[in-house]
Structure formats: structure tokens, C-alpha cells
Design a protein around this ligand. Structure first.
Ligand SMILES: CC(C)(COP(=O)(O)OP(=O)(O)OC[C@H]1O[C@@H](n2cnc3c(N)ncnc32)[C@H](O)[C@@H]1OP(=O)(O)O)[C@@H](O)C(=O)NCCC(=O)NCCSC(=O)C[C@H](O)C(=O)O
Length: 353
């Protein structure tokens, strides 16, 4: 009788059988398709705290009841970064498990927040755009509008539009115009002076912007903290959001990819950088995120740092205790290479209250 576990026999069998594939290719997506994602996730206190702890999001309002109540929450809520990452994680099996790159995301909003632990998440996506990549014939570029809903009430808790490169089944001929355009580099134009706000309250950002307005200056500074990526941040955190992208947990497959190794989930990279930035401000509420881009890979051993530019401040918020500030945050690695950038609008506490 044939011993199927004999290494030579098994190698032959493996060569001849079909692989039951996971995920979808570019050709499988049509504009207007609605995809109901089967996986679901209960937003637990453990999941929330594991995410926040590992990404250095240590704002007490998300950890302690008295601090939560002082900020108008009933109890420590689910952190918006964990909610965003969990909403995306659930979609990966259908949208991006095949591989490819998470390029960016915009219009990240939280219409149903605050969200409390114990909420069950049900997620759906709509294909809003599919395009040929002019630089990479083996990929297409797909954008989806995704909505993470309270499974019980149907209320939308988190919504955004995300764009990925998705492998094609059949590569196409391209004109390479994307590559040519990328080579046209503008001369960098930096201001003469960089101003750092004195503190982390709304008034500090207003004062710094006013000072910058009088001069050829920008309100821009770096944050001291860094977080070196390890097995927990690279493999465990995405799996805890049901993110099945092989980029984060299959070293065997990834050894043969451009990064040569598993890479950090984009949401871990950005949340870590945002955690560094938030540790230097008095956050009241997160409002939204736009124009997020992932510029290069982050892998085990890389360290994620953060840089902030303050764009505007407006004395208008959901509470008299805060004003609204728009930031550009740039995450960068130990070689000072930008790995993520995006704008963030957040309500920031006023000092006078
Ligand atoms: C992906 C890269 C390797 C590409 O780099 P580069 O070769 O320099 O090309 P371009 O920057 O010109 O971009 C290539 C094409 O993609 C389009 N693009 C780029 N960004 C966006 C965006 N935000 N929205 C829409 N389209 C975008 C460009 O226009 C180009 O188009 P074309 O010319 O027609 O081809 C490099 O950027 C890279 O390595 N990025 C890092 C990717 C990454 O690490 N992402 C996070 C980790 S992976 C992940 O989290 C997966 C996740 O779990 C999931 O499942 O989504």
C-alpha cells in the first residue's frame, strides 16, 4: 500500500493536486458589487486593550471609567483605531487576501460613536472603482466603500473608502506612464522656521499657528517615542482583527516577495504613529481621517516613529470643552523614510476648562 506520508510520494502528490485558493483577483470585482462579509467580530475589552496597549494608545479615557466619564463617555469606549482596524480586518478574506498592497484610505468617519465593548460588528463593502495600474501589469487598483455596522441595530459605526493593488489573474500590457510620472520630482519647498506648540491643548495649537502665520514658518515637530515591530504587532494584532492577509503571518510565502518578510498591517503602523502623536496632545474626540497613504513596507525589526504638522484649528466642536484641529501625521522608520501619511481631524481639549 502506498504510504502518502513518504516525503517523495507526498511531494509528487502536492505537485499534482489542485490548490483550493483563497481570496479574489482583480477580475472578480465589478463596480457596484456589494459584498456582505461573513466574518464577524465582537469588539471585546481584551481586543481593544491589546490593540491600544501594543500601539501605545494609552489615553486614560479608553482605560479608566473615571477618565472616560470626565470626557462624556459612559465607560471606556472602543478606540476608533481598533474599530477601524477591525472593520477592515473582517473584509480582507473577500477583498485583499489574494495579496497586493494596501495603498491608502480616505473619508474614515465614525457616525455611530462612541462604541462600547460587547458590540458585534457586521461589515459590508461596495466596489466603487477598479482601474488598470499603468506601472504594474500584474496588478489592478480597486477601491471599496466599507461600512462597519452594529450587527444588532444596523447603525453604521465606521465607514471609509480604501484602495488596494490587487493581483490580476492575467497581466495586461501597460504604457508605463505611472512610472514616468513618478520620476518627475518637484523641488522641495520647506519653510524657514518650524514651530512646536508649547503644550497639547487647543489654545497651544492656535497660538503656534498664529505665530507661524506671521513668518515663513510651519507648525511641525517630531514625537520622541518609537515602537519596534515584533511578532505581536506584525502577526498577532492583524489576526486578532480576523485579517487573513498572508503579508502579516506567512513567512514562507513572503520570503519570496519584494519585502522578503512578513510586513506590518497598515492599520498597526498608522495607529502606532497616531499613538505617539496623541501622547503629546489633549485629545477630546477623534473626528476622521483623510488622504491616508502607505509609502513603503514596515517589517519585524523596523521602528515606527511619528512626525506631526498642524494644518488648522477651529473654535468649533461637539463640546464647549474642545476645539477642532486638523493635523498631517507622517509615520517614519529608523532610516527616516516615510511609511505612512494622512490627515486627521480631532477635537482637542481647551485648557481653560
Ligand atoms: C505599493 C508600492 C510598492 C508602490 O510604490 P511605487 O512603485 O513607488 O508606486 P506608486 O506610488 O506610483 O503607486 C503605484 C500605483 O498605485 C497608485 N496609488 C498609490 N497610492 C495610491 C492611493 N493612496 N490611492 C489610489 N491609488 C494609489 C499610483 O497612482 C500608481 O498607479 P499606476 O501608476 O497606475 O500604477 C509602495 O507604495 C509600497 O510599498 N507601499 C506600502 C504598502 C504597504 O506596506 N501597505 C500596508 C501593509 S500591507 C496591508 O496592510 C494589507 C492589508 O492587510 C490589506 O489586506 O489591505
Amino acid at each position: 500500500m502506498t504510504d502518502w506520508t513518504d516525503p517523495d510520494t507526498f511531494a509528487q502528490a502536492l505537485e499534482q493536486v489542485e490548490t483550493k485558493e483563497k481570496g479574489n483577483c482583480f477580475e472578480d470585482f465589478e463596480e457596484g458589487d456589494i459584498i456582505e462579509h461573513d466574518p464577524g467580530l465582537t469588539l471585546t475589552q481584551f481586543g481593544n486593550e491589546q490593540w491600544m496597549g501594543q500601539t501605545l494608545n494609552h489615553d486614560p479615557a479608553y482605560w479608566r471609567t473615571d477618565a472616560a466619564e470626565a470626557r462624556g463617555f459612559e465607560e471606556p469606549p472602543v478606540h476608533p483605531d481598533y474599530l477601524t482596524a477591525a472593520t477592515l480586518g473582517i473584509t480582507v478574506e473577500d477583498l485583499s487576501e489574494k495579496g497586493g498592497y494596501f495603498l491608502g484610505r480616505t473619508d474614515v468617519r465614525f457616525p455611530g460613536t462612541p462604541v462600547y465593548t460587547g458590540t458585534e460588528l457586521h461589515v459590508e463593502s461596495e466596489v466603487v472603482n477598479r482601474a488598470t495600474s499603468s506601472s504594474r501589469p500584474e496588478y489592478g487598483i480597486v477601491s471599496w466603500r466599507t461600512r462597519g455596522k452594529d450587527a444588532e441595530t444596523g447603525e453604521v459605526l465606521c465607514s471609509y473608502e480604501r484602495t488596494n493593488m490587487i493581483p490580476r489573474r492575467d497581466p495586461v500590457a501597460t504604457d508605463g506612464s505611472g512610472t514616468a510620472a513618478a520620476e518627475e520630482d518637484d523641488e522641495p519647498e520647506l519653510p524657514e522656521e518650524f514651530i512646536t506648540p508649547e503644550g497639547g491643548y487647543f489654545e497651544d495649537f492656535v497660538a503656534a499657528l498664529e505665530e507661524a502665520d506671521d513668518e515663513n514658518a510651519a507648525v511641525a515637530y517630531r514625537h520622541e517615542r518609537g515602537r519596534t515591530q515584533d511578532d505581536v504587532t506584525v502577526a498577532s494584532l492583524p489576526l486578532a482583527t480576523l485579517n487573513t492577509a498572508k503579508q502579516h503571518h506567512n513567512v514562507d510565502v513572503m520570503s519570496d516577495s519584494p519585502s522578503g518578510d512578513i510586513v506590518t498591517y497598515g492599520d498597526v503602523t498608522r495607529s502606532t504613529a497616531l499613538g505617539h502623536a496623541r501622547s503629546d496632545e489633549q485629545t477630546w474626540r477623534e473626528v476622521g481621517f483623510d488622504d491616508e497613504s502607505f509609502h513603503t513596507f514596515v517589517a519585524v525589526g523596523d521602528t515606527v516613529y511619528a512626525f506631526t504638522r498642524v494644518l488648522e484649528a477651529e473654535d468649533d466642536a461637539s463640546s464647549d470643552e474642545a476645539g477642532t484641529v486638523t493635523f498631517e501625521h507622517i509615520a517614519f522608520n529608523q532610516d527616516d523614510e516615510p511609511v505612512y501619511s494622512g490627515t486627521r481631524t480631532a477635537e482637542i481639549r481647551k485648557r481653560s476648562n
